[in-house]
Design a protein around this ligand. Structure first.
Ligand code: SF4
Ligand code: FES
Length: 256
């Protein structure tokens, strides 16, 4: 017999081993997320996917689906919390969206739109963060890193390398690279590596590609992140999608 959970009153089947996020995406239900990527081990750090499971707050990307769970996902309370978390991400780093190469293709920006984030709410930290342009093909702008560890996991789990890591705690947390010099050019990162393409912000960028698609014609300039995410997860048939969302779906979840 098929096992089921309920998300916002909708009955959803799941298989043993699936998380709530896995089951939701497969059933065409969007749960906001930033650090989740189906190709990598869940990390559960951004907390954007917080849902209420039988009245208790859990991270949907790490919490296993189990028979009879009654889950609340799309509520004013949870979306309000998600908006505050997103606002914290924005004030902690330095995100200059209008001048960022990733604008319009950025899941962080898109999730902020989705949550109707209209201001920063908290005062900006104005942290001093560095830029590493040493690598011939890939750039790190530390101003935009949200410590989701997707680059860390992609490098280890898909590229078979260990290029990125997170060091420090709290306000001192920072992205590091695996080189004595601390510079990206001295790592074995290649521009074709998954780790160079998985960043949900403009922190890791491929050089000389930034404006190939003009601003105004990018993914989230035309589609909400929930539609893009569900298309990319394969839960919606490509034929029913606008053409370039279908391309995202076929090419993997870079739009997330
Ligand atoms: S550089 Fe990007 S992918 Fe890596 S931890 Fe920072 S935000 Fe995440
Ligand atoms: S997506 Fe679940 S904690 Fe980030």
């Amino acid at each position: 017999m098929t096992k089921t959970i309920a998300i916002d009153g909708k009955t959803i089947p799941f298989e043993d081993g699936q998380t709530i996020m896995d089951a939701a995406l497969a059933a065409d239900v969007y749960i906001p997320h930033l650090c989740h990527h189906p190709e990598f081990t869940p990390h559960g750090s951004c907390k954007l996917c917080s849902v209420k499971v039988n009245g208790r707050i859990c991270s949907a990307c790490t919490f296993p689906a189990a028979e009879g769970q009654d889950i609340i996902n799309n509520s004013d309370e949870l979306n309000g919390d998600r908006k505050r978390i997103t606002q914290m991400l924005f004030v902690e780093g330095n995100h200059f969206c209008p001048s960022c190469e990733k604008s319009g293709n950025c899941p962080l920006q898109a999730v902020a739109y989705y949550l109707n984030m209209l201001d920063n709410h908290f005062p900006f930290f104005f942290q001093t963060r560095q830029l590493d342009a040493s690598h011939p093909d890939v750039l790190i702008d530390h101003n935009r890193c949200i410590f989701c560890t997707l680059c860390v996991r992609a490098s280890q789990q898909q590229d078979g390398k260990d290029v990125f890591g997170i060091a420090g705690r709290g306000i001192n947390k920072h992205l590091i690279v695996n080189a004595e010099s601390g510079q990206l050019k001295d790592t074995d990162l290649d521009a074709a590596d998954k780790a160079a393409h998985v960043c949900p912000t403009g922190a890791i960028l491929i050089k000389r590609t930034g404006y190939q698609v003009p601003i105004g014609q990018r993914i989230y300039d035309h589609h909400q992140i929930d539609a893009v995410s569900l298309a990319a997860s394969g839960s919606r048939p490509s034929a029913a999608l606008p053409p370039f969302v279908a391309v995202v779906a076929e090419g993997g979840r870079h739009g997330r």
